[in-house]
Write a protein that binds this ligand. Structure first.
Ligand code: HEC
Ligand SMILES: [Cu+2]
Length: 408
């Protein structure tokens, strides 16, 4: 080994504990895995700490022995060739046995944790069906016949039991602050995950398995709320879209998806004003759950159209546009290729957690989703754009966005 290599090795050895300490210090950061807010998360944390400590111990002993040997047996002036040996049975048995014992010790808590996290969820759990799509998340609550996207509501203190399926390629469902990730591998071979959130808050979720161009843009939000808030959210989601003009339109047959009929305009009016109790209060969102994705430089939308935007006009445009083939709005359209938009106005983000859900971003999204999110399955809808599936001018797009925003 040359002097340079030796120096490099020492630097690496010195830096590793710094790195480990740095990881531990992350406990104060928003997307940390340390200090989880559920029983499963804490079980996993305990195993992580145990492995970290045991690994650290092995590291210190091995590196210590190495450094000791380096110093003690370094070449000295006038040194003669030391005694040469070949093979040492005792030593070889020892260094085979020690790792075997360490592995056996690690195996016990590891296997126990695997069994714990794989056990059936408690009776009375909240069932959530998760479907991964390139590059967004569909969430269904079969007990309540609710379908939504990219934002999960979970009541504190009740076990949430997830059935994870994918519509296309392999994804991985991960909410670092709540529990470890689990792969989402197949349509017919679901994976399962359960945990019981123990504190209220807003958390970031991610896809943790590379799944194509916009993998890093496949995020979601989780809101853990009180059982009362959850009940209010459920009640709100179970109603039809809040926009009154749609209540009178004929209903497509949505009985298979278990849709509830759209309520009367009077009912929706009350609901619209109730929205604040039914959704996570936007002014209380922790900063790290508010998207800060920079806009693409070549995005251009005439923002003066927003002031003149008319949701009623937007509702009419929506009904005759290609949107209906890909998006469900209960009582309006049956599409299932993209996220359910029945209550899209009540969500805090669009594009799977990529942008804040406001008129500025909504209009740009509808105009050119592929510019806003590379590879997006949603085609551009703006007039004259390459591969566009619509030919809407900026005013029509602003109308569409105003309509969607009204769907609280
Ligand atoms: C070919 C199918 C398709 C068509 C047509 C389409 N969309 Fe989409 N839309 C999608 C897909 C897929 C996504 C998810 C994209 C992503 O996040 O990667 C999406 C996402 C969205 C979102 C963001 C929703 C969220 O919660 O993140 C909005 C809003 C939206 N579409 C509105 C529209 C409107 C309005 C139209 C018609 C002018 C339309 N879409 C036409 C497929 C389509
Ligand atoms: Cu992914």
């Amino acid at each position: 080994m040359t002097g340079f290599h030796r120096a490099r090795r020492t630097v690496y050895a010195a830096l590793t504990p710094v790195f480990v300490l740095g990881l531990a210090a992350c406990a104060g950061f928003p997307d940390t895995i340390f200090g989880a807010h559920s029983e499963i998360g804490r079980t996993e944390d305990r195993l992580t700490y145990l492995l970290l400590i045991l690994g650290g111990l092995v590291f210190v002993l091995v590196e210590g022995a190495l450094i000791w040997a380096l110093i003690k047996f370094r070449s000295k002036p006038n040194a003669t060739t030391p005694k040469q040996t070949h093979g040492n049975t005792t030593l070889e048995i020892t260094w085979t046995l020690i790792p075997a014992v360490i592995l056996a010790v690690i195996a016990v808590p590891s296997v126990r944790t695997i069994f714990e996290t794989q056990a059936a969820a408690a009776a009375g759990s909240l069932q959530v069906d998760v479907i991964g799509h390139q590059w967004w998340w569909e969430f269904r609550y079969p007990q309540y016949k609710i379908t939504t996207a990219n934002e999960l509501y979970l009541p504190v203190g009740r076990t949430a039991s997830f059935t994870l399926r994918t519509d296309d390629v392999i994804h991985s469902f991960w909410i670092p602050q709540l529990a470890g990730k689990r792969d989402v591998v197949h349509k017919e071979r679901p994976n399962y995950l359960w945990f019981t959130p123990d504190s209220a808050g807003a958390w970031n979720g991610f896809c943790a398995e590379y799944c194509g161009t916009s993998h890093s843009n496949m995020r979601f939000r989780v809101f853990t709320v009180s059982p009362e808030q959850f009940a209010a959210w459920v009640k709100h989601q179970q109603t039809g879209p809040a926009f009154p003009a749609t209540a009178a339109t004929p209903q497509p047959d949505t009985s298979k998806k278990g849709a509830t009929p759209a309520p009367s305009p009077a009912a929706t009016a009350t609901l619209a004003s109730d929205t604040n109790t039914a959704t996570y209060p936007r002014d209380q969102l922790p900063t790290w759950t508010v998207p800060a994705t920079p806009l693409p430089a070549d995005e251009h939308f005439d923002e003066s159209t927003i002031a003149k935007a008319d949701p009623a006009r937007g509702a009419q445009i929506f009904k005759t546009a290609a949107c209906i083939g890909c998006h469900t709005i209960q009582g309006v359209s049956p599409g299932i290729i993209g996220p359910n938009l029945t209550h899209v106005g009540s969500r805090t983000t669009i594009g799977a957690g990529l942008y804040p859900n406001d008129m500025k971003h909504l209009t740009m999204w509808i105009k050119d989703a592929r510019l806003m999110k590379p590879g997006s399955i949603m085609p551009p809808m703006g007039k004259g754009l390459p591969e566009a599936m619509g030919a809407f001018d900026d005013q029509q797009i602003a109308d569409l966005a105003a309509y969607l925003s009204s769907l609280k």
